[in-house]
Write a protein that binds this ligand. Structure first.
Ligand SMILES: *Cc1c(COP(=O)(O)O)cnc(C)c1O
Length: 383
């Protein structure tokens, strides 16, 4: 029998300056606003090679505000990755807009630029009021590609489509902070890039998010909206409906300490992925997640595909052994929350999701614990 010490899926690792920075907040009394917020924003600019960053209370808030400042309007259609966590689709709905879910490319598991291109070629018409759907007369508002599992999307192809159809790109990089695209950090090409510092992400602030952009105008407007659209430093003057989407100084303090470790966290995740990949290389019926030659993924969660019903069996076996594992998200076009949305694809995202198991991928996962996960997987796959 194996020892049954529980193994979590993705646990925060807080071995840096987190406690010291939080103590500084508490001692100074600066817990809500304070110097760690701009410090976090500056670190992000430095790490990503972008000019502007705005910290937010969550990744979902970042997506919501990014869609507003990028000009998405009620009634718009917004192209979103079908194989994704639900947050970007929800943010589109907060706008009174509707998502159009585009299928994944089986080669990368990411939104397929060719699917977007064929869809827009077929349906979009560029008119004075914007890019309009010939079929419904509705405006297209934006493209929201998601770097699922921390693997970057093919951003050159997507930004080219955005240019051609006059659509802003709001990238959901919640899982890919620290990833590389064609050798460069993700985050500099899209109109806006949204990040999350939720507890299970590559780095965390306990909760929180950020958006980064090269545009000072967009960043200024986003900051204004996140701060209740405050128009006067003293009096309560508000010309727009704003949001309370600021990140607290305590959260930013944790985030600053975590960002100091971003490179180590990504290296650790990549090492875990490599061990899984090697272990399953010659195992029939197990496929390890892909990485395009132009991609440097964060491997936020190492994920495999199994044949037939084996993924369900494996999830059950791991659960029984107190190993936390998860299937990928139900493709968004299958979600009851977004049942009315259009779907463009041939079922690749569903075929991937149905066979998937995300395995424990914590930054501090021990080789011993990983070996336990590998053994159970081998046993189920070969039974
Ligand atoms: C985690 C995540 C989010 C949401 O981030 P929160 O900070 O939890 O709001 C959005 N999109 C994706 C793809 C995510 O993985």
């Amino acid at each position: 029998m194996h020892p049954s010490r529980p193994i979590p899926l993705a646990e925060p690792v807080l071995h840096g300056n987190e406690a010291e920075y939080v103590a500084q907040c508490l001692e100074s009394g600066w817990i809500t606003s304070g110097e760690f917020v701009p410090r976090l924003e500056n670190s992000l600019c430095e790490l990503l090679g972008t000019r502007q960053a705005v910290a937010t209370s969550s990744g979902t808030a970042a997506l919501h505000v990014a869609l507003i400042v990028c000009g998405v309007k009620p009634g718009d259609l917004v192209i979103v990755s079908d194989l994704s966590f639900i947050a970007p689709a929800n943010a589109v709905r907060y706008m009174g807009a509707d998502p159009v879910f585009c299928d994944a490319d089986p080669e990368t598991w990411q939104i397929d630029p060719n699917v977007i291109l064929r869809f827009l070629d077929d349906r979009a018409e560029i008119r004075p009021e914007g890019t309009v759907d010939r079929l419904t007369g509705r405006r297209f508002g934006a493209i929201v590609p998601v770097d699922a599992l921390g693997h970057p999307v093919d951003m050159d192809a997507i930004t080219e489509i955005g240019r051609r159809f006059g659509l802003p790109i709001v990238s959901d990089a919640s899982e890919s902070l620290g990833a590389r695209y064609k050798g460069q950090p993700i985050g500099s090409k899209p109109t806006m890039t949204c990040l999350s510092f939720n507890g299970n992400k590559v780095v965390t602030a306990g909760g929180g998010g950020a958006l980064v952009t090269a545009s000072e105008a967009l960043a200024t407007e986003a900051r204004y909206l996140c701060n209740q659209a405050k128009d006067d430093p003293v009096a309560y003057v508000h010309k727009k409906v704003g949001y309370n989407y600021r990140l607290s100084n305590i959260h930013a303090a944790i985030g600053c300490a975590q960002l100091e470790r971003l490179a180590q966290h990504v290296a650790a995740k990549r090492a875990i992925a490599e061990r899984y990949r090697d272990a399953f290389l010659n195992l029939d019926g197990v496929t390890f997640m892909p990485e395009a030659e132009w991609a440097g993924a964060t491997y936020w969660l190492s994920t495999i595909l199994l044949e037939g019903d084996r993924s369900t069996e494996l999830l059950r076996a791991l659960h029984k052994a107190q190993v936390e594992a998860r299937p990928l998200w139900e493709p968004l076009h299958r979600s009851e929350a977004h049942f009315a949305a259009e779907y463009v694809g041939v079922g690749h995202s569903q075929s991937i999701a149905r066979r998937s198991v995300s395995l424990p991928s914590s930054v501090d996962l021990s080789a011993e614990d990983q070996e336990r996960v590998i053994e159970i997987t081998r046993r189920v796959a070969t039974s």
